[in-house]
Design a protein. Structure first.
Length: 765
């Protein structure tokens, strides 16, 4: 039985009440469609369907809405998606969390796609928080967030769900040009600026080219008094995307895409927090230094990221069936340098304090991390174009095959430098050392799905996917104090693993009328296991692999709208059982009693909750929308090897979150409008990662926070102007927390961006 029965009985009552509503017509939800009442089409099932016809929990935010609400990147809109949370890593990375699927393991639990390209890594050997595509929200058609396991159609790592960016595609026979320029001024920091544009050019009657580009000077707001530097986390980022569409016949289309995104920052984005190791976890709520965003380091914590992909898509319509093929190649490179001088190795002992006697003088310690990731994907699908009549029922179907090959390099090195002069690297008696990890991941999969229709109002979607992956890795520990531990490098043996997995989904749906439906869903997902990274001096019984973890989702939902489209709704309740949870756990050797931190499996967990999106449009110019959810996400077994006990909440999962938006659009006639809006967002309290390290607070409580965003806009024909305020009350809500790592034994973490005021001027031709 479900726990928290009152909450679930209330949810079921809401479902029953909505089911009894009068005849309704579907529109996009208030969060996912422009304020026109038009329907929104999604591709969650790899077919174009109305949102009401998709038997799973999905949010879709249109690109137009994102631009109008100044939701320029992932951190801006994540808290407005039911069941969606993020954990900032402080080095520019972001861990995605859907429906509570987070236990601190390194692999991604949410898959990420851009159009038809899978860009997230399926291997846990590549940190899933590093490779999270965060596209600037310009010239996007929409963003879709699919909640719950999506293993049948999307495979490995989609056990928590899918984040899917869909870009605007080239249009035949149409010339279009649009652009935008503006500024952002951040409290405590700088004023940055942004310029972005897109052009669509027809090439004869059978081709079109669309090019989109963005450049942003990112405003910094964190100071480093030790180095005498201000606004160190500022930087720049730019992206360019080109798409060529060819349609030589009515039945054939070919789309070629090339995209590049690059970002550079001079600081990590972390600030010093009240709440060190010996403080009560509840005091982790405050920014230190009187609330000023400060991070003292001896070395600049710079980062550089570069992501590019190439994609070729072929669609051919044979009449009764269609053939789809997507071939892609993507590359990701990153460099990050951090100052770990103040990293706590034991209570009251930092890394610099521990190793200074070795070098005979005060030192600072740098960490250098370089990652590269290359991924080749091929997916081919065959799908029916019309329903097939089988007498007592009709059905449609699709079958497909998928192949991916990932080439991963993960290098991590450390330097001891003179504290008073960072240019002097110390290597006597030994350099600090480090390690290099090359790894390879290959996967072959076949999948299929069919929707069986019994009459006009009842259907069942069923699907399955069989996957086989092969992995190998090998660690080289370079000479040094913490590399091989001596003057010579150590090349560890290569480790290989093979794994087979089957996932499935079953989703019956009742269409109460054309535009309101009730559905149930049973679905499974998984995250691949893989080789364990061998550490120097590992005993003979050191583990060589860890297993996949698995999720099973039970879901009931209802979605629809009133016939006049005044009221729209999407409500779901769910339970997810999570087994063999992947996490960083302690391995205790039976050979010599040593304790090692390794990627492993640790028991089971459960998430259950309620999600909702409601919108009302009482008069044409005015729209109210509410979205949010309750997530009860807990360990169901003790996991002492990583510091967790049954009943404790999973990390960085707010139990309750909610967003309320009010938008007003006044039509002045002749393509001119005035608009205004406000969004209030609430993110409930969370807990930090589990830990068994004596120098780290285990599972510290992170308090709740609120943000308020305002926006004003005007459009006069082809010219538009917008003004906005994000985080108007200057909330300092935390998105990550660690009890050590800062000067003076302070805590360290990331906060939401301080109050930001800005303006945009745009044109469209």
């Amino acid at each position: 039985m479900f726990k928290h029965k009152n909450a679930y009985f209330s949810a079921v009552s809401v479902v029953a009440l909505l089911a009894a509503a009068p005849a309704m017509a579907q529109t996009g939800t208030g969060e996912g469609v422009e304020l026109t009442g038009s329907e929104i089409i999604v591709t969650a099932t790899k077919r174009e369907l109305r949102l009401v016809d998709v038997p799973l929990s999905i949010s879709a935010i249109s690109g137009a809405d994102m631009e109008r609400r100044n939701l320029t990147q992932l951190a801006d809109f994540a808290s407005q998606i039911p069941g969606f949370a993020i954990q900032a890593t402080g080095n520019g990375g972001t861990r995605l969390v859907l429906r509570g699927q987070n236990a601190g393991g390194s692999g991604a639990s949410v898959a990420t796609m851009v159009d038809d390209v899978v860009v997230s890594s399926a291997s846990s050997l590549f940190n899933g928080a590093l490779l999270t595509a965060d596209l600037l929200a310009f010239d996007l058609d929409r963003v879709e967030v699919l909640r719950g396991p999506q293993g049948t159609l999307y495979g490995a790592t989609a056990q928590g769900g899918l984040l899917h960016y869909i870009t605007n595609k080239p249009q035949l026979g149409v010339f279009e040009a649009r652009g935008q320029a503006g500024f952002d001024s951040v409290r405590h920091g700088e004023t940055g600026w942004i310029a972005q544009g897109a052009v669509n050019v027809p090439i004869g009657e059978i081709a079109a080219l669309r090019v989109t580009g963005t450049y942003q000077d990112v405003a910094g707001y964190i100071d480093n008094p030790v180095r005498g530097e201000t606004d160190v986390n500022g930087g720049e980022q730019y992206s360019v995307r080109g798409q060529l569409l060819l349609e030589p016949t009515e039945n054939l289309s070919v789309r070629l895409t090339a995209s590049l995104q690059r970002s550079e920052a001079g600081g990590s984005g972390s600030v010093e927090l009240v709440g060190g190791l010996n403080a009560q976890p509840s005091v982790a709520s405050k920014v230190a230094n009187g609330g000023e965003p400060i991070l003292n380091t001896y070395a600049p914590e710079s980062s550089l990221r570069r992501f590019q992909y190439y994609n070729g898509v072929i669609n051919y319509d044979f009449g009764a069936v269609s053939l789809f093929s997507s071939t892609s190649y993507s590359k990701y490179k990153s460099f990050y340098r951090s100052d770990i001088s103040n990293l706590l190795l034991a209570p009251g002992v930092t890394a610099a304090m521990a190793f200074s006697p070795v070098y005979g003088e005060p030192i600072a310690v740098w960490g250098r991390q370089e990652d590269s990731f290359k991924k080749f994907n091929e997916e081919i699908r065959l799908a029916s174009n019309q329903d097939v009549d089988a007498g007592f029922m009709q059905f449609n179907w699709q079958i497909g095959a998928f192949y991916t090959n990932e080439d991963i390099t993960f290098d991590q090195y450390y330097d001891a430098v003179r504290e008073s002069d960072e240019s002097v690297i110390l290597d006597v008696p030994l350099p600090f050392g480090g390690s290099s990890l090359p790894a390879r991941y290959k996967e072959y999969a076949g999948f299929g799905e069919a929707t069986l229709k019994f009459g006009e109002s009842f259907e069942v979607s069923v699907g399955g996917r069989y996957s086989r992956n092969k992995q190998r890795s090998q660690v080289t520990s370079d000479a040094g104090l913490i590399g091989s531990g001596g003057p010579d490098p150590i090349v560890n043996p290569e480790i290989r693993t093979t794994e087979n997995k089957f996932t499935y989904s079953i989703a019956p749906r009742i269409l109460l009328n054309r535009d309101i439906s009730v559905y149930a869903r049973l679905a499974t997902g998984y995250r691949p296991g893989g080789p364990v990274l061998i550490v120097p001096g590992a005993p003979a019984d050191f583990p060589t692999f860890y297993n996949s973890d698995n999720t099973t989702n039970y879901e009931l939902g209802i979605k629809g709208s009133t016939a006049d489209r005044v009221f729209t709704f999407d409500v779901a309740i769910y339970r997810i059982n999570w087994t063999d949870v992947q996490l960083i756990t302690d391995f205790v050797s039976e050979t010599n009693g040593q304790v090692f931190g390794v990627q492993g499996n640790g028991g089971s967990a459960r998430s259950e909750g309620l999600e909702y999106t409601l919108s009302v449009n009482p008069v044409k110019p005015l729209t109210f929308s509410v979205s949010g959810g309750y997530t009860h996400s807990r360990l169901t077994q003790d996991a002492p090897a990583f510091g967790g006990l049954a009943g404790q909440r999973l990390p960085y999962v707010p139990e309750f979150q909610n967003a309320v938006s009010i938008d007003y659009v006044h039509d002045l006639g002749e393509a001119s409008t005035l608009s205004a809006g406000v969004t209030w967002t609430y993110v409930g309290q969370r807990y930090s990662d589990f830990s068994t390290a004596p120098a780290t607070t285990n599972h510290a409580r992170i308090p709740d926070y609120n943000t308020i965003d305002l926006r004003l806009g005007a459009r006069f024909g082809q010219i538009s102007v917008e003004a906005f305020a994000r985080n108007l009350a200057d909330s300092q809500g935390l998105s990550s927390y660690s009890s050590g790592g800062s000067l003076g034994f302070l805590g360290r973490g990331t906060i939401v961006q301080p109050r930001t005021l800005g303006m945009r001027l745009g044109f469209k031709y």
